[in-house]
Write a protein that binds this ligand. Structure first.
Ligand code: SAM
Length: 247
């Protein structure tokens, strides 16, 4: 039977479209796309015309049987989202899980992903990190989530829209104080910008230049420093003395 290719597409700069990703889209019998009009523009840019089917969060469950039938008839299918890697804060999980459960072949065709691009140039520790998707839209739930994440020792990051960046930074200021934050905006595009500092500093930057609040964001937060039992910060030398005393 056929293969589902999970194909990453550019997050802004079309030159980031990997050759294998392009070849895969050119050869499959069908492309399942989050938004067929959006993907039609991308295919047009490549000079490709392929049959498409929409697959988004509202119809993904119904599409599974149709796509299984296509694969069982021997057709290869590609899955794409509007930008970046499918399933990463994008549709596709329900389909891929169903295909794996039924023993179908699913092949990733890797490429751009905003969270990985953002981290790779942020200068925050990346040996371990936690990707939190999108934070809840409602204020109370969002602050509760930030409260949980604030305890984590590793770098954490999330996707954010321009509509909520101010409210989110205000919450981060209230809950994290001086903690170091890095914001990556418009990655791979003309106005790509990295801003860094405390939430308060970043709010000032956004207030002084309204262009900085436009576009797409990845917000990255330094992990919590280790706290001692009195709730202050443990310095290296203090920690070493404590460990030696215990030995
Ligand atoms: N699947 C995509 C990926 O692999 O990154 C993410 C899709 S998610 C629906 C869209 C969010 O990703 C945006 O709201 C923004 O937070 C982030 N994003 C996508 N493209 C970006 C870019 N060029 N620069 C910064 N953030 C971006």
């Amino acid at each position: 039977s056929g293969t589902l290719y999970v194909v990453a597409t550019p997050i802004g700069n079309l030159d980031d479209f990997a050759p294998r990703a392009q070849r895969t889209l050119a050869k499959v019998a069908l492309i399942a796309a989050e938004d067929t009009r959006h993907t039609a523009r991308l295919l047009n840019h490549l000079g490709l015309e392929r049959p498409m089917m929409s697959l988004h969060e509202h119809n993904e469950a119904q599409r599974v049987e149709q796509l299984v039938a296509r694969l069982e008839s021997g057709d290869d299918v590609a899955l794409v989202s509007d930008a970046g890697t499918p399933l990463i804060a994008d549709p596709g999980f329900v389909l891929v899980r169903a295909l794996r459960e039924r023993g179908h072949r699913v092949v990733p065709v890797p490429g751009p992903c905003a969270l990985i691009a953002a981290l790779s140039a942020a200068g925050l520790p990346t040996d371990r990190f936690l990707f939190a998707g999108f934070l809840p839209a409602k204020g109370g739930a969002r602050r509760a989530r930030i409260g949980e994440l604030a305890e984590r020792a590793e770098t954490w990051l999330f996707y954010e829209s321009p509509h909520r960046i101010h409210a989110t930074l205000a919450d981060l200021q209230a809950l994290l104080g001086e903690r170091r934050i890095v914001i990556a905006r418009e990655l791979t595009k003309t106005f790509e910008t990295y801003l860094q500092g405390s939430a308060a500093t970043l709010l000032e930057r956004l207030a002084s230049d309204s262009n900085q609040a436009r576009g797409e964001f990845v917000v990255m937060v330094a992990g919590a420093p280790p706290a001692d039992t009195e709730g202050g910060w443990v310095e290296g030398a203090t920690l070493l003395r404590a460990l030696l005393a215990e030995g």
